[in-house]
Design a protein around this ligand. Structure first.
Ligand SMILES: Cc1cc2nc3c(=O)[nH]c(=O)nc-3n(C[C@H](O)[C@H](O)[C@H](O)COP(=O)(O)OP(=O)(O)OC[C@H]3O[C@@H](n4cnc5c(N)ncnc54)[C@H](O)[C@@H]3O)c2cc1C
Length: 246
């Protein structure tokens, strides 16, 4: 199964045209294997078609992949590199499953399938000097990025994760012994849980990636209740709730 037309800039609408204009780099990824971690979470291995050969890795590094909707229109979606091996130009991507083009593609992917991807916009360096601790807020879509921060050896983290399916809480979170983890079911107030666990977070760094609304609210709480200034918070909305399924 091949997705995209392999012709960078074609069939990708205005988003593709803008990325092209900005000089974004295009790649073709090839699936090497797939593993169903749970009913709603799939891990897929890829070779990067040169993605990693000339580019240093950073925690939370992500790419824009081009998925076709049922009408054949391409949509770019952000996905995070997991367990990347630059020397081999290989990595994994973990897909949280719902009803959408990207999630549908992941469920059908098989070794040998190819998909077009663009690299542009992924940028994050661990802050210097190292923060005293971290507050990480996310969900199963940002679990791979959160794991990449924990793997990078950040200081003790308070992790707030929203889940939608009962077995999501068994997903492989790479927390260390000292980390404090809160799983909160979607709809049961992850932002309230965050607020209820506030502490004087002077010297801490906040990292937030969830749906648009929760991302915005969580950043507000980190600033007002935890006292973290804007410069010590990195946030990005990873998805939009109630978007029209693609
Ligand atoms: C920088 C970045 C990195 C990302 N990394 C990852 C990653 O590693 N793994 C990952 O799974 N996702 C990741 N995401 C999120 C992913 O891009 C979105 O979830 C995306 O919307 C999925 O596209 P889709 O075509 O499947 O669904 P869409 O067409 O975007 O949406 C279809 C329907 O599904 C709903 N929906 C979309 N995403 C979710 C979700 N996560 N949970 C529940 N419902 C949803 C929408 O509200 C809509 O109703 C990342 C996003 C960004 C910006």
């Amino acid at each position: 199964m091949t997705n995209g037309d392999g012709q960078p800039g074609r069939s990708r609408g205005w988003q593709g045209a803008v990325l092209k204009m900005l000089g974004a780099d295009d790649y073709q990824f090839t699936v090497t294997g797939t593993e169903r971690i749970s009913e709603h979470y799939i891990r897929i291995g890829f070779t990067g078609g040169g993605l990693l050969t000339a580019r240093p890795l950073h925690p939370t590094m992500w790419v824009r992949m081009w998925f076709s909707d049922r009408a054949g229109k391409l949509h770019q979606r952000g996905y995070t590199l997991v367990d990347a091996d630059p020397a081999a130009d290989t990595f994994f991507i973990e897909f949280a499953i719902h009803d959408g083009s990207a999630a549908r593609w992941a469920q059908q992917a098989a070794p040998g399938d190819t998909i077009a991807a663009t690299f542009m916009g992924s940028k994050f360096a661990l802050p210097e000097p190292a923060p005293k601790g971290w507050i990480l807020v996310g969900d199963t879509a940002s679990l791979p990025a959160i794991n990449s921060l924990l793997d990078a050896g950040v200081a003790t983290a308070h992790v707030f994760l929203e889940y939608q399916h009962d077995d999501d809480t068994d997903l492989p979170l790479r927390s260390r012994e000292a980390d404090v983890v809160h799983w909160v079911r979607r709809g049961e107030g992850i932002v309230d849980t965050l607020r209820a666990n506030k502490f004087d977070a002077d010297g801490h760094f906040g990292w937030v990636a969830a749906d648009t609304k929760i991302t915005r609210s969580a950043v507000r709480v980190l600033r007002s209740d935890f006292g973290i200034d804007r410069g010590s918070i990195k946030s990005q909305a990873y998805w939009m709730a109630n978007a029209k399924p693609s």
